[in-house]
Design a protein around this ligand. Structure first.
Ligand code: AMP
Length: 956
């Protein structure tokens, strides 16, 4: 029996329809290829995409026709994207990072009829046109002012009808095109795999697979996007639909920020910062550059919330930097062009999230678990399923409605096994938590003595060496073990290192038999078109390489017919040296072989001579060419001829990929939102990140977060109270009774005791409540409280040892008493000044004792000063010392040899009264002093210090 629900075709035009209708005013911001930042909205994109559809229909494009794009991530690319798919044509995203001959091969194989391209890529389009007879129209993503005047194919292109301006097409065609109306299984997009094995193969996405992929990516444990997000897809639309973001962002109504041609650290940071980006996705290389930029310029990421890192294994230092230094959640993901591309994501399960962060790290480094809609299995070569024990290596296979069933035009034949699973070509393990870990590409794994060695594992560990900039491991032939691993290292600039250093670094971190047989230092580790290490090219380059041990053995065998069991060290060293000289000899500049180049010689020359910095002022009518964008991986000039019917190209393709320099264009925006935004774009405030994080973690996490924040505040409160008390009295905001007695002596210790309770509670919540990110904060709260209590206990101990006096005098036999004026200044509230005071009961060790005796025991300074000077002279010295110490004179009687003054402590303004008396003595003059605090209790030695200090000055 069939269900009785509606059956709406899952076609992607509905995604942009939804975005326009419900989030029409949400912004899409682009760093345009022409230079300026331009802004549009989903509403405007929708309308302009309809115009693109009409333009395509007018050019004769029919459902099922392939329409190519060779373009950066921009709003215009989105308009073409939805305009093509909406009428049932197929959007074929071409990867400009491939060599032009590969692009030509792919476009020809796809039978592309129209190509939309950026100004940047016109030299490539001109070069491939003669090789792609199906191509009829070139549409340039620009306006009339920036159209090239001299664009022409680099040779005869029989069906080529001309070059068109995108903005003209949009302006000339109406916006009333009907979209959809076809089956959801209709092809929507075409993307060729990077071709690391054999010729590139086309993955033909359907509307349904894209729609379902969008729903899958929106799951909270996948990308978890929301309309509140601001999304920067650095991953290009030509790399598996920008990992689906070109659908999921409009699907949720999130603001989009498109990086255009600039993906270097500074440019990406600028957009993250200025547009308030909360979510981004890119390969590790891009993040590496961003992190370097952040460190070098001491920048922060206050708004960015989450990054998805995939396409290649994500190194630990990147995960740690994001999480620990910038508080950005990292989702390490795995996928393929064939899987739409999301396959697995390393999102902590509830159980793992309860572990301390360091114990989560091994799982974060894995590629993770599949979301709903994706099935995985691990098999041996015979197709038998392998256990999920985290140890068994096997072939990773995948199944689901977002996974390719076959390649375009049947390339590669049958690609599913009997159970309908697609063999990913990756070798992996799956552990008992369900976390999959890629250990290698099947063709890269090193097979040593019948066992497999993961090259990725060794590379990642070696990359942790502080001198390593890049690492790669490949297997090389070995007569006994079949293959042995060798490690290639590109050192950071200015570094030198030895093989032994790297081998020692690996020791203990990998199984002994995994230890590479050699470490080769190279200037460059080549990357392929999607930013992954090109091991095929490395293997080609290392074709003549022989392991040092084998080379040494050969040398020894030649020298002496009987082989030595251990070759002498000197021979080994010599063999090593010879080897090092041979490996990585510079590549020849010239092409490896004919046939003729795709670019005309003058274009080749122009590209080859392109300066490394943007051209300052190019001729307006010429399409300017600058260096390859900083963010792009180094491009290899050598073709992979055995897989391509076309020969390699002479020119460096990198130059052809150069972005147009910003200065070359006027600063006016090329296009703007055609309608005023329906709603103001929401740019998150700096404080928004925490709120969003609390949102994402749910209510309970929010409550825990609040508790931990309160614990930190309580921990800091005693110090704040003491500081507030001191500053308040100092500024005269309140008196000593509030600042000192209440805030400092009463409240601060009580709050510190409370801090112990809240700190412990916060730690318990953080450790056992599953809020792994909070435990550090909770520990911090407890640590601050303990430190505060420590300070208080220490102060008490010192105070306990110090006598509880506030009265110090050098003469108790003839007591120094305050005059009426001094008493008046002291005030009625102050402690009484007695001629011979005793300490009260409750004064611990000193209870009931005479202050005179306690002074004699505890204050060595409490001794009269006898000077061989006249009393008048001694008096003047004493008066000068009192004034220099900042005390205020109350009485001054040189005749009587007596003065009184008032002193005040710096912060709390605690007041003491001083009496100085100078009398004639047999030796000359005798100086006595008494300093007596107005507040009761211990003065912590303040009056003793004052008397001692003043007498020392008088003595000179
Ligand atoms: P592509 O189709 O060009 O996106 O390449 C897909 C391949 O990239 C996969 O089969 C993996 O070998 C590799 N890959 C993608 N993501 C990861 C990852 N997170 N870790 C390791 N390898 C990855």
């Amino acid at each position: 029996m069939q269900g009785l629900m509606q059956h709406g075709a899952l076609t992607v035009d509905k995604i942009i329809d939804h975005a326009a209708l419900w989030h029409g005013g949400r912004e899409v911001v682009t760093r345009s290829v022409e230079g300026p930042i331009v802004r549009t909205t989903y509403g405007a994109i929708h309308e302009r995409a309809k115009r693109v559809s009409n333009a395509l229909l007018a050019l004769g494009v029919k459902p099922g026709d392939r329409v190519a794009t060779l373009a950066w991530n921009t709003a215009r690319h989105m308009e073409a994207w939805y305009g093509i798919m909406g009428i049932g044509a197929i959007c074929h995203t071409l990867n400009p990072r491939l060599f032009p001959e590969q692009i030509a091969w792919i476009a020809d194989h796809a039978g592309d009829r129209v190509i939309f391209t950026d100004l940047t890529f016109l030299p490539i389009v001109a070069a491939i046109l003669p090789r792609v007879p199906s191509l009829e129209h070139v549409v340039v993503f620009t306006d009339r002012d920036h159209m090239p005047v001299d664009f022409k194919p680099a040779g005869e292109a029989p069906n080529y009808k001309g070059v068109l301006c995108f903005e003209d097409l949009v302006a000339e065609h109406p916006a009333d095109c009907a979209w959809g109306g076809f089956d959801e299984g209709t092809a929507a997009g075409l993307c060729y795999t990077s071709g690391t094995t054999g010729d590139p193969k086309g993955v033909l996405y359907s509307h349904r697979s894209n729609f379902l992929h969008t729903l899958i990516t929106l799951q909270p444990d996948v990308m978890g996007l929301s309309q509140k997000d601001v999304i920067l897809p650095v991953v290009p639309m030509f790399h598996a639909n920008a990992w689906g973001v070109a659908f999921s962002a409009p699907g949720t109504g999130a603001k989009m920020v498109m990086p255009g041609a600039k993906m270097d650290g500074a440019s990406i940071y600028e957009l993250l910062d200025s547009e308030g980006v909360t979510f981004s996705a890119a390969v590790p290389t891009v993040w590496q550059m961003l992190l370097q930029h952040l460190r070098e310029n001491d920048l922060k990421l206050p708004v960015l919330n989450k990054v998805v890192i995939g396409g290649a294994a994500c190194p630990e230092h990147i995960i740690r930097a994001f999480q620990e230094d910038y508080d950005v959640e990292v989702v390490h993901a795995w996928g393929m062009t064939e899987t739409s591309p999301v396959g697995t994501l390393s999102v902590m399960t509830d159980e793992l999230a309860k572990l301390p962060y360091d114990q989560q790290m091994p799982y974060r480094l894995k590629q993770g678990r599949p979301p709903l809609g994706v099935e995985l299995k691990l098999t041996d070569d015979a197709g038998n399923r392998l256990p999920h024990d985290g140890k068994s290596f096997g072939n990773l296979k995948i199944k689901g409605p977002i996974i390719a069933a076959e390649y375009f035009r049947g390339a590669g034949g049958k690609i599913l096994d009997a159970e309908g699973f697609f063999d990913t070509g990756d070798v992996a393990t799956i552990d008992d938590h369900g976390f999959m870990q890629i250990t290698d590409r099947a063709k890269d794994v090193v097979k040593s003595g019948g066992e497999w060695i993961s090259t990725i594992d060794i590379e990642n560990i070696a990359l942790g060496h502080p001198k390593a900039a890049m690492t790669a491991v490949i297997g090389v032939a070995h007569p006994k073990w079949d293959e042995r691993p060798i490690l290639l290292v590109k050192l950071k600039e200015g570094e030198t290192a030895t093989k032994e250093e790297f081998l020692a670094f690996l020791e203990g971190k990998i199984a002994k038999w995994w230890t590479p047989d050699d470490v080769v230092f190279v200037d460059d580790i080549p990357l392929g078109a999607t930013g992954k290490i090109d091991k095929k090219l490395i293997r080609q380059r290392m074709a003549d390489y022989v392991l040092p041990s084998l080379a040494a053995a050969a040398v020894v065998a030649e020298a002496a017919p009987e082989p030595e069991p251990e070759p002498p060290a000197a021979t080994l060293a010599a063999a090593d040296g010879a080897q090092a000289a041979r490996i990585y000899a510079p590549e020849p500049e010239e092409p490896l072989s004919e046939p003729p180049p795709l670019l005309e010689p003058q274009v080749v020359e122009a590209l080859a001579e392109a300066p490394s910095q943007p051209v300052a002022e190019p001729e307006p009518e010429v399409v300017p060419v600058a260096a390859a964008p900083e963010a792009e991986p180094a491009f290899e000039a050598r073709g992979e001829s055995e897989h391509f019917p076309l020969g390699p190209l002479t020119a460096t393709a990198a130059a052809a990929l150069a972005p147009v320099p910003e200065e070359a264009f006027h600063a006016k925006p090329v296009f703007v939102a055609e309608e005023p935004p329906l709603a103001m774009p929401v740019i998150p405030s700096k404080g928004g990140k925490k709120a969003r994080k609390a949102d994402a973690k749910g209510k309970s996490s929010g409550a825990a977060g609040v508790l931990v924040d309160v614990a930190v505040l309580v921990a800091l409160a005693p110090a704040l109270l003491v500081a507030a008390g001191a500053v308040g009295v100092k500024l005269g905001l309140f008196g000593q009774p509030v600042g000192y007695d209440l805030l400092t002596l009463d409240w601060a210790p009580k709050v510190a005791t409370l801090g112990v309770a809240t700190g412990v509670l916060a730690l318990i919540v953080a450790l056992f409540g599953g809020f792994s990110k909070l435990w550090k904060k909770a520990l911090l709260a407890l640590a601050i409280t303990i430190a505060t209590l420590g300070v208080m206990v220490a102060a008490n101990a010192v105070g306990g040892r110090a006598p509880p006096i506030h009265d110090v005098s050098t003469d108790w036999k003839t007591p120094l008493m305050l005059s009426d004026a001094g008493l008046a200044a002291r005030g009625g509230e102050a402690q009484t000044v007695e001629p011979d005071p005793s300490l009260p009961v409750g004064s611990a060790d000193f209870a009931g004792r005479r202050v005179a005796d306690v002074n004699a025991e505890t204050c060595p300074a409490a001794r009269p000063l006898v000077l061989a000077r006249s009393p008048a002279d001694a008096y003047e010295s004493a008066k000068a010392a009192v004034q220099a110490a900042g005390l205020t004179l109350v009485t001054d009687d040189p005749i009587d040899g007596r003065l009184e003054a008032t002193g005040q402590s710096f912060w709390y303004g605690l007041k003491d009264d001083l009496v100085v008396r100078v009398r004639p003595d047999a030796a000359g003059a005798r100086v006595d002093m008494r300093s007596v605090g107005r507040a009761p209790g211990a003065d912590m030695g303040r009056n003793c210090r004052r008397v001692g200090g003043l007498l020392a000055v008088v003595k000179g």
